[in-house]
Every structure is written in C-alpha cells, then in structure tokens.
Design a protein around this ligand. Structure first.
Ligand code: ASP
Ligand code: MG
Length: 408
C-alpha cells in the first residue's frame, strides 16, 4: 500500500466524459489498496478565458483580484470531479487551497508555497476519503487568496506528494516526456527515466510538460514523479534522482524554443563599463537576458548581441535604445525570427566532442549559428527560425536515433 497524489491537467478534466476517465484512474489505485489524493487543474481553457475577461476591463488587472478570479477555475473543477467520483461510490471530498491549507507568500499571481498543513488530509485518508484538492491556489497567512503561476497545479501536486511522502502521478494528454516534440520529429521516443536536472533543463527550454517550479521542488525533496497519460494505462516517464539512472546517455532530449528574440547593439565603443550599463538597465526593468555574445573589437568598436524572451523584446529594445544613445552606439536591431535549439543530457559531463558534433550537424545543413550558450549538461544554439524544424530533426537523427548509448 502506498499513498498516491494524482494530478490531472486541464485537458483531463475538460468535460464530464473525461472526468469519468479520471475517476477510472482513481478507482484503479484505490482497488490496489492505495490511498489517493487528487489534485485538479481548471477545465481546459478556463484559466485563459477568465484572464481574457479580466483584461477586457483593464489590460493589467489588479493582481489580488485576478487571483480571486482565477482560483474559481480550479474550485469549479474539484466540485464537479468530486461529484463524478461520488456517483461511483468513491468517498471524494473537495478542498480549496485555504481548506488544506496550502500557505503561500503574498506575491499575487506567482506565489510560492511556504507551508502545507497535512493533518486534515491525513485524517480524511484514514477515514477512507479521497481528498480532491484544487491545484494552483493557496492562501496567505492573512487569508488572501493567491495563485502559483501558470501551470501551478503541478507544483501543488509535487508539494503535497512531498509532504505526504507519496508517489506523484502527473496525468496529462501526452504519454510522457519525449526525446523531441513528436509533432515535429516523427521518430521521437518516450523517455522512460529522466533525472530532475535534465527535466529542469528541458522544461526551461520550452518542453511544456511540467511547470519548472514543480520540478525544482521535486528535486529538492526527492519526490518520485511519474508523468503519464490519463487516456492510457501505459507507463509514462519517471522523473527520478540521478543515481537511479543507469543509462546516462549523452543526449537525453532535444528542444526547440521559438520564444526568444535577438537584440544587437551595433558599433558600441569597446571600453570598460559599457556592458554593465546595458545589462544593468535591463535588470532594473526585470528583464531576463539569456544568451550574450560580444564580437571581437575592431578599431575600438564592437557589436554586442543578446537574447530575451519574445514577449519582452519590444520593451528590451526600447530600454537598450535609450542606453545606446547615451553611450554613442550606432544602432539597435531587433530580430524576432530566431529560434534556439538545445541538446540536453547528463552524459555530456563525461563525454567530449559533443559540441563539435552539434555544430557539424548544423553546418552540414547550412544552418548558421548566431549565438551559443552551455551548461554542464546542455548546449544551445541560436539559429534562424526558418531552419528550426530541420535542425531539430537532424540533431535528433544524429544524437538519438544514431547516437551511441554510454553506460556509465
Ligand atoms: N489552471 C492553471 C493554468 O492554466 C493552473 C494549471 O493548470 O496548472 O495555468
Ligand atoms: Mg500544465
């Protein structure tokens, strides 16, 4: 017997028919003799339409009220889901964040969980109930309703699993985490086991399976996470500590991120303090900079490029234009037609030649590299967006379909 936290995403609770499938997944675990806590997202599209509604009133709605509004999505879902479960004879009981309670800080729209009271849930479990907890929402110490950021139900689930020493099942509409986006790469394969660290890199690079914060949480508290499909009984992908992975392949997954823009400051005087000026201004505006490239200087001038997320590119451009004027740079160019392809794998730590091989694959396909960034287990290249799908397929073929497996 074990305790399971089963989290269902928006598409799994999209309508009452789908909720019946959810109920089957719950029933199966109960029949095996386990205890189950359910965490639910809002029904598919609900959070988006609530945001849209609020934005009709104000482009930037007051965040406290936005959280009160958005939390209703999950509240509706847990009530309906509990009714569906009850009709099957399962003793379900819905709980909002404040009823658990899931205590957060007071940063509205992206609150962090500070504490979880598990006594109530434990009592309910011992009496044979299935608590159905609203994902994504919490409450501050002074009773304000908060939400945990988009995709935050994952974090609710992982945090509850950690508090209850449970196995966390993340049910979604895909069968697990894939070596690349299967919509682009036909031969993409489901990954059986992936380390927290690899999953974190993949999530930060645009693989949208789980909220990044939930993976960080899992890594910190060693929560066993199983990402799987609501619509099949197949095993999905296990996210586990590194020690549990025998096959440390060089490249575990390949991602494509089309959400960046490149900004180039042309002909900047090459002297100390210039980069500091540009990036301090961006930092002051809370803009996150990703890749940075500075060219070799020529006659006392150089070009400097960097990338930011595309929805902040315009703002970044304006800020940099102001600084450029002040420091005497020639011009500022913004390019939205770029994409970042990345390869990720633990085995990169102990293998050599991986970067060379990646660049070679791109070169063979006449794809120019505009910027490069790396971590211990990742290499990313910025390329022209129009080549991005080609690059993804070619890299997948070179590293995963025909790559050697290195057993460490
Ligand atoms: N309903 C929220 C969202 O769409 C939280 C979640 O689904 O995880 O972001
Ligand atoms: Mg999600």
């Amino acid at each position: 017997m074990a305790v399971f936290v089963q989290k269902f995403g928006g598409t799994s609770v999209a309508n009452l028919e789908r909720m019946e499938l959810v109920a089957q997944r719950v029933e199966e675990r109960l029949k095996e003799g386990n205890e189950v806590v359910v965490v639910s997202s809002a029904m598919a599209g609900e959070t988006d339409s609530l945001i849209e509604l609020a934005k009709k009133i104000e482009p930037f709605p007051p965040e406290r009220e936005l959280d009160v509004l958005l939390s209703t999505g999950e509240q509706k879902a847990i009530a309906l889901l509990s009714m569906v479960l009850r009709r099957r004879g399962i003793k379900a009981i819905s709980l909002c964040g404040w009823q658990v309670p899931i205590i957060t800080d007071s940063v509205f729209t992206k609150a962090k969980i500070k504490k979880i009271g598990i006594q109530k849930i434990k009592n309910l479990l011992s009496k044979g109930y299935v608590p159905v907890v609203a994902g994504f929402q919490g409450v501050t110490e002074d009773w304000q309703i908060t939400t945990l950021g988009r995709g935050g139900s994952d974090t609710t689930a992982v945090a509850l699993a950690s508090a209850l020493n449970a196995i966390c099942e993340i049910f979604t509409d895909v069968e697990g985490v894939f070596t690349a986006d299967p919509r682009i790469v036909k031969n993409a394969k489901k990954i059986e086991k992936i380390s927290y660290e690899e999953m974190l890199e993949l999530s930060s690079l645009g693989a949208k399976v789980m909220q990044i914060r939930s993976v960080e949480f899992g890594a910190k508290y060693n929560v066993k996470i199983h990402v799987r499909s609501t619509f099949s009984k197949e095993e999905g992908t296990w996210i586990v500590p590194e020690e549990e992975i025998v096959e440390k392949v060089v490249v575990r997954g390949i991602t494509l991120d089309r959400n960046e823009s490149r900004i180039t400051v042309v002909r900047v005087p090459d002297r100390p303090g210039i980069a500091a000026k540009i990036f301090k201004a961006l930092g002051d505006a809370h803009i996150v900079v990703d890749m940075i490239v500075q060219n070799v200087s020529y006659e006392g001038y150089t070009d400097m490029s960097f990338t930011v997320s595309r929805n902040e590119a315009k703002k970044a451009e304006e800020i940099v234009r102001a600084v450029a004027k002040e420091i005497g740079a020639k011009e500022v160019i913004r390019d939205d037609s770029v994409a970042k392809v990345s390869i990720v794998g633990l085995g990169m730590r102990s293998s050599y030649g991986t970067a060379g091989k990646m660049f070679e694959v791109l070169a063979k396909n006449n794809i120019n590299i505009m910027a490069i960034s790396t971590s211990e287990i990742r290499i990313s290249c910025l390329i022209e967006e129009k080549y991005s799908e080609l690059a993804l397929r070619e890299l997948h073929s070179a590293f995963i379909e025909n790559g050697e497996i290195e057993v460490l």
